[in-house]
Design a protein around this ligand. Structure first.
Ligand code: F0G
Length: 454
């Protein structure tokens, strides 16, 4: 058996509750069949997300004790800026309270009515900010990326032929930037290769288009580059990171994921781009030396970024996810393959194939997994899409339930429990029915929408 080993020991614990199944059924109904609306006290394994819930290390906790609290010119900020420059090699850094705040700043600075932003795949929050300003997202992931099952090691790769064609069609002047998403979230935490990033950035350079890396899930992508890309086998994580960064004009990240803390920021190469975005930070985020983050969190990010350069740390997530995906597959449960980063992704389209896409099969399965085991996952399917301008449903390419693996949080026995409950549910899948909205927000509806059984 390919048992993943925890390369850390647990020294602070948090007590968990496992309420009985009748209680869970009630709680799910009260939450409008939306796992975001559950109370954490009612959740046994919180696999909703890896965002802001990763375990901190002893070194991170220690660093938080010596933070420099000042509105302007904080020493803590200088330490963070220096660390970011050391790792990514970019001179400038603008802090923000989290990833979507960076996306807001980028969109405000560069997106206009009619702008087209090519991406390997969209993510909910950047798409919402781009479309809010009249821009449009073009998804150019390789065909293999949209296949639930594949043996392609880099399903997050850009289709470079389609990228070139798109640029020629819409004209480079209408493309403010190309966004590369590391560890492509919505298709199962799938990586792109360093070689593919090189090709994308060469095309961008040819047409003088700016390149932006969303590095929120970079740690997983780095692990996959190191383990799956032949030419990188003998390179250190730091070297791979530097080679990738050297291709980019801008790198932004959610430090709720990258850096094992909470916050975010934008790394910038040129002074010109710095000036375009700088004044938006005090307007939306906070002064230039904290940008909405607490100094303690910034200290934790400094250490967390260093830990991200350590294979023993960044291999944990992908190894546990691989284990969970393999075990589920052994019992016939359909999952995304190859296993990616971020979490184990269950193919709800197949799991509950009797539920039509209009009745949100992935949402229904996420609700059922909570009832069956007190395990909270996240819908990543049609519910997470935004409606088309004419009000029609945008059916998603994939109907997935994501069971995120927050870093350094769960033990192997807890993961085994989750596997057991999901296998049980799979064998009783005809119990699961569809959902419809009773309260549908206009934007990012999946966060707070309420549904009922059809
Ligand atoms: N980019 C990616 C790839 C993300 O996964 C996220 C967040 C963001 C940007 C936005 O960052 O949350 O700090 O504002 N993903 C979370 C998730 C919400 O659960 O997948 P944020």
């Amino acid at each position: 058996e390919n048992i993943p080993l925890e390369m850390h020991k647990v020294r602070i614990v948090q007590k968990l509750n496992l309420p009985p199944v009748e209680y869970r059924k009630d709680a799910m109904e009260k939450a409008g069949f939306n796992t975001f609306m559950l109370q954490n006290k009612d959740v046994f394994m919180d696999m909703l997300t890896d965002s802001g819930v990763n375990a901190m290390s002893d070194r991170q906790q220690a660093a938080m004790m010596v933070a420099d609290d000042s509105y302007a010119g904080s020493e803590t900020f200088t330490r963070l800026q220096n660390k970011v420059t050391e790792i990514f090699g970019m001179e400038y850094f603008l802090p923000a309270h989290q990833g979507r705040a960076c996306e807001n700043i980028l969109a405000e600075a560069y997106v206009n009515e009619g702008s087209v932003i090519p991406m390997n795949f969209h993510f909910t929050t950047p798409k919402a900010h781009i479309t809010r300003l009249g821009g449009r997202v073009e998804e150019l992931v390789i065909e293999e990326g949209l296949k639930i099952n594949s043996d392609h090691p880099f399903k997050g790769n850009f289709d470079t032929d389609r990228l070139r064609k798109l640029i020629e069609e819409v004209g480079p002047n209408n493309i403010p930037f190309i966004r590369l998403e590391a560890g492509t979230n919505l298709i199962g935490g799938q990586p792109f290769s360093l070689e593919n990033a090189r090709e994308v950035c060469a095309i961008a350079k040819e047409f003088k288009i700016m390149t932006v890396l969303d590095a929120s899930l970079l740690q997983d992508n780095l692990y996959f580059i190191k383990t799956r890309e032949e030419s990188c086998k003998n390179k250190s994580i730091r070297e791979i990171t530097k080679e990738l960064s050297d291709l980019m004009d801008i790198i932004y990240f959610s430090a709720r994921k990258l850096g094992f803390a909470r916050g975010g920021g934008i790394c910038i190469r040129s002074e010109e781009d710095l000036k375009k975005m700088r004044e938006l930070i005090p307007l939306f985020e906070g002064f230039l030396t904290y940008g909405g983050m607490s100094v303690r969190e910034m200290e934790a990010i400094v250490v967390g970024l260093d830990e991200t350069m350590d294979m023993d740390v960044i291999s944990q997530g992908p190894k546990f996810i691989q284990y969970m995906s393999d075990e589920l597959q052994k019992h016939g449960v359909p999952v995304v393959t190859p296993a990616g980063g971020l979490g184990c992704h269950i193919n709800a389209g197949e799991f509950v194939s009797h539920i039509p896409q209009e009745e949100y099969p992935a949402g229904a399965l996420a609700a059922a997994i909570y009832i069956a085991g007190g395990i909270r996952g996240m819908e990543r399917g049609t519910l997470s899409e935004q409606r088309n301008p004419d009000g029609s449903e945008q059916l998603s390419e994939m109907e997935l339930v994501r069971l995120a693996m927050p870093r350094r949080v769960f033990t192997l026995s807890q993961v085994k429990y989750a596997i057991d409950r999901i296998v049980w549910l799979y064998n009783n899948r005809d119990l699961i029915g569809g959902l419809r909205f009773v309260d549908e927000p206009k934007t990012l509806r999946f966060f707070i929408g309420k549904l009922e059984a059809t």
